[in-house]
Design a protein around this ligand. Structure first.
Ligand code: PMP
Length: 430
């Protein structure tokens, strides 16, 4: 049987996909790139129902930083379920929520001197972005937002309005509205001094740009092609927004939760944002949890002004509390540092494989940019090669020309090495 990513040949090839193909909408996406029916998972490995093993370098798009079915977190979840712990609680006070808030404050916020309030949003990342933008508009009384080319913030209307992709925006029927896009610090067209541009537009009373409510930024653009912002650029952005009373919203949904070597990616720059969006891996076990964190003074919400049935999944609270505890284990932190160094070494090795490659990243995130050496076609072939050799890796960037290496941060070195070897061989083969 030959499996290809072309949906027609997949259709012809097998029955295991028939239910999906006849019943599930055409909108489905990842399954087309990774045509297998997955069944079990553990750590950095996924198994398909026909018994094939895959090393997962995609990790639920950054949701599984602690790996699949992390045994420490699983034990907590099983204990909670066995004790008939509340599973759905709207936004009521629950023991699980209290334990999470306390653990998150103790492990993440307090040690960083962050005096943030926590807003639990709807289940997924885009809900945190919606809530953050809504709060910024309410708190400042302004409506405009500055966002960056290449940005990805989600698929609901407000988040899509600050997302760069024309294709995604068109699908959502999003017009220009009150969002102004400026280039990010770096991108496929090279570096750009966007801070100077924003500064100029804000300082000139006749520039045509209203003072916005917020600037929303990813400290490292992931979907845009794995572009980390420099500390200096983020600091300049912080100073500029402060000077003009504009709120700085930092989207940590994919780059956060330890992915880049610090808990929040913005920590590399030393800036303190006004609002931070967190989701994906904060749920510890791949369970939905989404939060907007903001400076205490910004808590201008009236009770019930922003609600939702699924704000605070209790199982996610339990898993997230256990994940917070993992950070207290020195071995856990050392293992991540070792894996990050391994990935850093791999980055250096890649230049000897192909001098034209541009490799970017930070910590446990790496983008192998094939833009100048084969482009999207070669990236697609490499993704295919990896899948055929048991490694799941996603593409990103403006034209899907970047291979995004995103293993669980808690991956063991043997599997990390094996996966990297496949990518190295793949680069030579395709
Ligand atoms: N922000 C960023 C930076 C993201 O990477 C994503 C998801 N890829 C989102 C927001 C939206 O999250 P979700 O898909 O959970 O709505």
């Amino acid at each position: 049987m030959t499996i290809t990513v072309d949906s027609t040949s997949v259709l012809e090839a097998t029955a295991p996909f028939a239910a999906f193909e006849s019943l599930e909408s055409e909108v489905r996406s990842y399954c087309r790139k990774f045509p297998a029916v997955f069944h079990r998972a553990r750590g950095a490995e996924l198994y398909s129902e026909d018994g094939k093993r895959f090393i997962d370098f995609f990790a639920g798009a950054g949701t599984l930083n602690y790996g699949h079915n992390n045994p420490f977190i699983k034990r907590r979840l099983l204990d909670y379920l066995n004790s008939d712990g509340v599973v759905h609680g709207l936004d009521m006070y629950t023991v699980a929520k209290r334990e999470f808030l306390t653990a998150f404050n103790k492990t993440v916020l307090q040690p960083r001197g962050l005096d943030f309030k926590v807003q639990f949003c709807g289940p997924t990342g885009t809900d945190a972005v919606e809530a953050a933008l809504k709060l910024a508009r309410k708190a400042t009384g302004r409506s405009g937002v500055i966002a960056f080319s290449g940005a990805y913030h989600g698929m609901s209307r407000g988040s899509l309005a600050v997302t760069g992709s024309r294709r995604a925006r068109r699908a959502g029927g999003i017009g220009g509205g009150d969002v102004t896009f400026v280039p990010y610090e770096d991108g496929p067209q090279g570096p750009f001094d966007s801070i100077a541009l924003i500064e100029r537009m804000l300082d000139d009373p006749s520039s045509g740009m209203e003072i916005p409510a917020a600037v929303i930024v990813e400290p490292m653009q992931m979907e845009g092609g794995v572009y980390p912002a420099s500390a200096d650029w983020l600091r300049r952005l912080r100073t500029l927004t402060e000077q003009h009373g504009i709120l700085l919203v930092v989207d940590e949904i994919q780059a956060g939760c330890g992915r880049t070597g610090t808990f929040f990616c913005f920590e590399h720059s030393g800036v303190v944002p006004d609002v931070v969006t967190v989701s994906k891996s904060i749920g510890g076990y791949g369970l939905p949890l989404s939060m907007s964190l903001f400076r205490r003074e910004l808590d201008v919400w009236e009770p019930g002004e922003h609600t939702g049935t699924f704000r605070g999944n209790q199982l996610a609270f339990v898993a997230a509390t256990a994940a917070c505890e993992l950070w207290g284990d020195p071995k856990f932190r050392t293992d991540i540092a070792v894996a990050s160094r391994r990935l850093e070494r791999f980055r250096a090795e890649l230049t000897s494989v192909d001098a034209g490659l541009v490799v970017r990243g930070r910590g446990m995130a790496l983008g192998i940019d094939l833009g100048r050496v084969g482009g999207p076609d070669r990236a697609e072939r490499l993704q295919r090669y990896a899948f055929d050799h048991g490694v799941i890796v996603e593409r990103c960037g403006r034209h899907d020309e970047v291979i995004k290496v995103l293993p669980p941060i808690a991956i063991d070195i043997v599997r990390l090495d094996r996966g990297l070897e496949v990518l190295r061989d793949g680069l030579l083969a395709v």
